[in-house]
Design a protein around this ligand. Structure first.
Ligand code: ATP
Ligand code: MG
Length: 409
């Protein structure tokens, strides 16, 4: 834990709170990571001080989460969440608690999701405070809810996805009772907001054991809820294969999303031409949305080799905004069994269209203003002509004049 560059600041905040007579402890993820010998990403501090008292003690604070007991303290330009010990009241909708009340450390531990996430550490006394059996579960490498699993999942459905995500990040198994409660409640995740689903799935895809995580989504019945009509076990199996081989070679999250959707959408026999509703509402990057749309458009009728000949496909590749697209395609190539020489000659066509300086696809040489000065009125037709000209330019590696002639004739 001490290896973190934020250790000193976190210690200082905790010391100040303790000197003022409050209880103050490191809490949650940083304690878990510290015990695992990892450097924590951030330090969360839990305290008996009320939000107003925290604000009074520190010079720079932000009150963004004040209504649920969290004050952000700025120390050396870094934000630390200082949260008053709280128990959470009733959850009315499986998404957020309807009230918050302040309590002690023990009750604060019991409102947390999993035992491994429910521990405290006193950095001054250098003492672990474990009310929930987190240390034992950490040793046994198990994700287990604190308290009754079904009850905890019905308070907040996101915890079902979090269980799988932590399992994929830590390489832990999920306790049997916890797992069977997920199976029983899986359909509830439908009610979660698009943002929360995308954020959890994104973390799962970036995890060390991402493919195992996807496997768990499947066996626990979460995958079919997430992918709605698109889900069938064969296409999801393809997603898992792609993500498994990609995760050894790719770090770019957009491309990991692309692998997931390539599998689900390109081979689904059930897809109805519409992506799952939550995907449309989610704050996906454009590149990831493009990935889904492309897979939908081209689906299984078009082989990878054929796709690689289409300007549409090159534009999509470019939209992924990644310098790992060649590796990504190679993952798909291997899975689809396209012979390497054929793939390389197709890739050379794509690479010939890439600007060496920027690493991105050639920009359109024709602009709206070029067409307007040729007498084309502004409007939707102009956009269509520009698209045509761009596709033509990419197909034939053409000059501006030729592209202009092509669309105006
Ligand atoms: P990460 O490395 O992803 O940040 P983390 O354990 O810090 O992991 P956070 O989402 O940052 O996870 O949450 C911090 C702590 O708050 C968790 O360790 C857990 O104790 C508690 N927590 C977070 N989300 C929930 C939830 N949905 N239900 C109950 N407790 C939660
Ligand atoms: Mg965290």
């Amino acid at each position: 834990m001490k290896r973190s560059k934020h250790w000193n600041s976190a210690l200082k905040i905790t010391q100040k709170l303790q000197k003022a007579g409050f209880k103050a402890l490191f809490a949650g993820g940083c304690v878990r990571d510290g015990l695992l010998g990892k450097v924590p990403g951030d330090f969360d501090i839990a305290t008996s001080a009320r939000p107003e008292q925290v604000e009074g003690l520190f010079e720079k604070t932000l009150a963004v989460g004040k209504s649920f007991g969290v004050i952000v303290v700025l120390e050396q330009g870094v934000q630390f969440e200082v949260a008053t010990f709280r128990g959470e009241g009733s959850y009315s909708d499986g998404r957020r608690p309807s009230e918050v009340h302040y309590t002690d450390a023990k009750q604060d531990a019991s409102r947390r999701d999993f035992t491994v996430n429910g521990m405290f550490f006193d950095p001054i006394g250098e003492r672990l405070i474990d009310y929930v059996g987190g240390e034992a579960d950490l040793k046994a490498r198990v994700i287990r809810t604190i308290g009754n699993a079904s009850a905890r999942f019905s308070e907040d459905y996101l915890r079902m996805l979090r269980a799988v995500r932590f399992s994929a990040q830590l390489g832990f198994s999920i306790d049997v009772l916890t797992a069977s409660a997920i199976k029983a409640g899986a359909k509830n995740i439908d009610a979660l907001s698009a943002e929360r689903k995308t954020s959890e799935l994104g973390k799962l895809l970036s995890a060390t054991w991402s493919a195992t995580g996807l496997q768990l989504l499947q066996t626990l019945g979460l995958a079919e809820v997430l992918f709605e009509d698109w889900y069938d076990s064969a296409s999801f199996a393809k997603s898992m294969r792609l993500v498994r081989s990609a995760s050894a070679r790719l770090t770019d999250l957009n491309l990991l999303w692309a692998c997931l959707f390539w599998g689900v959408v390109s081979t689904s026999t059930k897809g109805s031409g519409e992506v799952p509703g939550w995907l449309k509402k989610s704050k996906f990057s454009n590149a990831s949305l493009e990935a889904i749309k492309l897979a939908l458009l081209l689906s299984e009728q078009v082989s990878l080799s054929e796709k690689l000949r289409l300007p549409y496909f090159w534009i999509w590749l470019d939209a992924l905004e990644s310098d790992q697209t060649v590796q990504f395609l190679d993952v798909v190539r291997t899975d689809e069994g396209v012979p390497e020489p054929e793939f390389e000659s197709l890739m050379s066509e794509f690479i010939a269209r890439v600007d060496k300086a920027t690493g991105r696809l050639q920009k359109p040489i024709l602009k709206g203003s070029d067409l307007i000065s040729e007498g084309v009125p502004a409007g939707p037709k102009l956009g269509e002509l520009l698209d045509q000209a761009y596709h033509y330019q990419l197909m034939h590696l053409e000059t501006k004049k030729a592209a202009l002639l092509r669309v105006l004739l």
